[in-house]
Design a protein around this ligand. Structure first.
Ligand code: GDP
Ligand code: MN
Length: 348
C-alpha cells in the first residue's frame, strides 16, 4: 500500500527518490485521475520497454500512475508479463472494439484501395492499418471502457525517449492550471495527407458559427492552413474535452466525409484544429521542460540541469518546419472563417 503525501513544488529530485524508496507517492493537492495510454502492437514490446524504463526513471517511479495498453489484436502473455514487471503501477490491457477499427459502411473499400494506391510517394500512404490507427486516435480511444474513470491521459508510443527528470506532476499541473491540451513539438504536416481537411474544417466552423482565438495560429497569410499542428505522439490532455459534444460533432463530421480513408488524415492535425476551434490559447500548454524524442525530431532544453540531451541531437524548436516560434510569438485574437482581413493580419 502506497502512502500519499502532499508535495512542496521545490522538492529536490533526491528527496523525491527517497520518498519513492519508502513507497510514498508525492502529489500536490489532490492526485489527478490520470493514466498513460499506449496503443501498441505486440511486436513493439522491446521498443516500449526501453521507453517505459525512461518514463519510470524520469517520472513515474515517484508517482505511480497506471498504464492502459490498447491493441486491435489480443496482447500476448509475454507482452503483458514484461510490461507488468517494469512498473509497480497498475497496468491494464484492452482490446479495441472492431467497429472502432474498421471502415464505416459509407466508405467504398474499392475506392479507398485506389486512393491508397495513389499515395505511394507519401509515408504510410498505402497503409490501411495506419489509417485505422489515425481514425481511432482521432475519434474513439477516449471512449474505451478502461479509460472511463480517467480525467487526463498521457499518450506514450514505443521507441520514444524522455531526456529530463520530471520533478513535478504534469497531470496535476494540467488540472490545476485549467489546461486541456499540451504538446512538446509543433511542426508542419505533409500537405498530401490532408488535401481537403482545411476546407472542410472551415465549412464546419461556418456551419456551427464558431469563432475562436486560437484558430488564427493555424492560418497562413493567404487564409490557408499553414500546416502547423501539435505532434500527437506526445500528448497530455483532457479526456472530458475529447468527449465533449462539440469535439465529437467535429469528429463525426470529418468521419462522414471519408478523409481518414480516402486521404490520410492524421489524428495530430485533427486534434490540433479541434483545439484551434474549441480551446483558448491559455488552455493549451507547451511543456518546455519535458525533453522528448520521437523518430528524428527532438525537443530538449539543454539549459535545464534536469535534462541529459544527447550531444549529437539538435532540439527541433527553431528548425525549419517547427511551429514553436510561431506559438511562442502568437498573440490570440478572435477570428471567424469569414474574417479574411483579420486572417491576413495574423501572419505578420
Ligand atoms: P507514426 O508515429 O506516425 O510514425 O506512427 P506509428 O507507427 O508510431 O504509430 C503510432 C502509434 O500507434 C504507435 O503507438 C503504434 O504502436 C500504434 N500503432 C500503429 N499502427 C498500429 C496497429 O496496426 N495496431 C496497433 N495495435 N497499434 C498500432
Ligand atoms: Mn510513432
Amino acid at each position: 500500500v502506497l502512502e500519499q503525501k502532499s508535495l512542496d513544488p521545490n522538492t529536490s529530485i533526491d528527496a523525491l527518490e527517497e520518498m519513492a524508496q519508502k513507497g510514498i507517492v508525492p502529489y500536490r493537492g489532490t492526485r489527478a485521475r490520470a493514466a498513460f495510454v499506449v496503443l501498441i502492437r505486440n511486436r513493439e514490446l522491446n521498443d516500449f520497454l526501453r521507453t517505459m524504463r525512461q518514463l519510470e526513471d524520469r517520472f513515474n517511479r515517484r508517482y505511480h500512475y497506471p498504464y492502459v495498453f490498447l491493441n486491435d489484436e489480443p496482447f500476448t502473455t509475454e507482452f503483458m508479463h514484461m510490461v507488468a514487471q517494469s512498473t509497480v503501477s497498475n497496468v491494464t490491457f484492452g482490446l479495441v472494439p472492431t467497429d472502432h477499427w474498421s471502415m464505416p459502411e459509407w466508405i467504398d473499400p474499392q475506392k479507398a484501395l485506389e486512393a491508397r494506391e495513389q499515395m505511394r510517394d507519401v509515408i504510410y500512404g498505402t497503409s490501411l492499418s495506419y489509417r485505422h490507427m489515425c481514425r481511432f486516435n482521432s475519434g474513439f480511444f477516449y471512449h474505451h471502457p478502461l479509460l472511463a474513470d480517467v480525467e487526463f491521459y498521457w499518450r506514450v508510443e514505443p521507441n520514444v525517449d524522455f531526456y529530463c527528470d520530471i520533478p513535478y506532476d504534469p497531470f496535476v499541473f494540467m488540472r490545476d492550471n485549467n489546461k486541456l491540451y499540451s504538446f512538446v513539438i509543433a511542426l508542419r504536416e505533409l500537405e498530401a495527407t490532408i488535401p481537403t481537411l482545411w476546407d472542410h474544417t472551415l465549412e464546419f466552423m461556418r456551419a456551427e458559427n464558431i469563432s475562436s482565438d486560437l484558430m488564427p495560429f493555424f492560418v497562413s497569410r493567404s487564409g490557408e492552413y499553414n500546416l502547423c499542428h501539435f505532434w500527437s505522439n506526445f500528448e497530455i490532455a483532457s479526456l472530458a474535452w475529447l468527449r465533449s459534444a462539440e469535439y465529437q460533432r467535429y469528429f463525426d463530421y470529418l468521419d462522414r466525409l471519408g478523409g481518414f480513408f480516402m486521404e490520410r488524415w492524421g489524428d495530430a492535425p485533427v486534434h490540433s484544429l479541434a483545439a484551434g476551434m474549441f480551446l483558448k490559447r491559455e488552455q493549451v500548454h507547451f511543456f518546455n521542460d519535458i525533453g522528448y524524442r520521437h523518430e528524428e525530431f527532438t525537443h530538449c532544453p539543454s539549459s535545464l540541469a534536469a535534462c541529459q540531451c544527447p550531444k549529437n541531437v539538435e532540439t527541433f524548436d527553431d528548425s525549419r518546419g517547427s511551429c514553436l516560434p510561431r506559438w511562442l510569438g502568437y498573440e490570440p485574437f478572435v477570428w471567424t472563417p469569414n474574417d479574411t482581413v483579420e486572417a491576413q493580419r495574423l501572419a505578420r
